[in-house]
Design a protein around this ligand. Structure first.
Ligand code: FE2
Length: 288
């Protein structure tokens, strides 16, 4: 069903018609409801791929166990005041959406995805994190070239990213770009959490530049799923168009591998990650 040989050689795989248009619309509607119900209060956390190189805030770190809402840098004025309505200001929601929201829980835990993980050799798949990315018209920020394993490191490396286009993704509205075969060139850096100082930093093992001349644009229609190997370098540019580019991503690791405690994503002891079974905590997801 899936061309996993191509996935192994390229480090990514584009799967068309993986999700129905109706399901894409249902997820978008649910995301709109969640944003509508979000009360930012006076504190607004911004997500910027560039700023992440220096620091992240407590709200970001806590979002391993919650559904956090992060603003586009271009949505806030010089004093942090919103310049656009909330529905057009959010960069992304994450990172426990797949566990805490019933709609995203059901979408993320299907026999099809469990079967995919099995075919990729995963023994005990764990759904570690999820993000809903809005890529807002005109201000949807750039995500610089990175490997997802930088942010979700396991030993051995076996992280799988699933990226679902909930709208058509084009060069104009900030589609994914990836470098075929570059996943075979190793992990360049890790994003580390230091418990003693409650701070994050990058540890760089390889400072050589990405082979950007090998980048290919992954323009895909709504309903496409893209498999991303944890070591596949990928990016997306600013959305300069008038159309949003909504996407949902799910990051999965194999629970049989070592998960170092200096990963930034640390789930609370009472809320460990789980796989494709229904909620093993035996209580309402909303009560967690
Ligand atoms: Fe990524």
């Amino acid at each position: 069903m899936w061309d996993l040989q191509r996935y192994e050689s390229d480090g990514f795989l584009v799967v068309h018609d993986a999700v129905s248009a109706r399901t894409c619309d249902d997820l978008r509607a649910r995301a709109a409801e969640l944003v509508d119900g979000f009360d930012p209060g006076s504190q607004r956390s911004v997500f910027s791929s560039a700023a992440q190189r220096t620091s992240v805030d407590d709200y970001f770190l806590a979002s391993a166990n919650t559904i956090g809402f992060f603003y586009e840098p271009g949505a806030l004025g010089p004093h942090g005041e919103p310049c656009v309505p909330k529905a057009q200001a959010i960069n992304k929601m994450g990172h426990a959406l797949h566990d805490l929201d019933p709609v995203f829980d059901a979408f993320s835990r299907t026999d099809q995805l469990a079967n995919l993980c099995r075919q990729l050799g995963m023994v005990r798949p764990l759904l570690m994190q999820s993000m809903y990315i809005f890529k807002q018209p005109g201000i949807g920020g750039e995500v610089r070239c990175h490997q997802d394993a930088t942010f979700l490191y396991t030993q051995p490396q076996n992280m799988l990213g699933l990226w679902f286009a909930l709208e058509d993704a084009t060069v104009q509205n900030g589609c994914l770009w990836a470098i075929p075969g570059a996943h075979q060139e190793g992990l360049k850096s890790r994003f580390l959490y230091d418990a003693a100082t409650h701070t994050t930093r990058f540890s760089v093992a390889d400072e050589s530049p990405w082979p950007m001349d090998r980048l290919v644009a992954l323009e895909v229609p709504k309903g496409t799923m893209i498999l991303l190997h944890g070591l596949c370098p990928h990016l997306s540019y600013v959305n300069t168009s008038r159309r949003s580019r909504h996407a949902y991503t799910l990051h999965i690791t194999d629970g049989t591998s070592d998960y170092p405690q200096d990963n930034w994503l640390r789930r609370a002891p009472q809320f460990p990650p789980w796989g494709f079974v229904s909620n093993p905590h035996g209580r309402s997801l909303h009560a967690l």
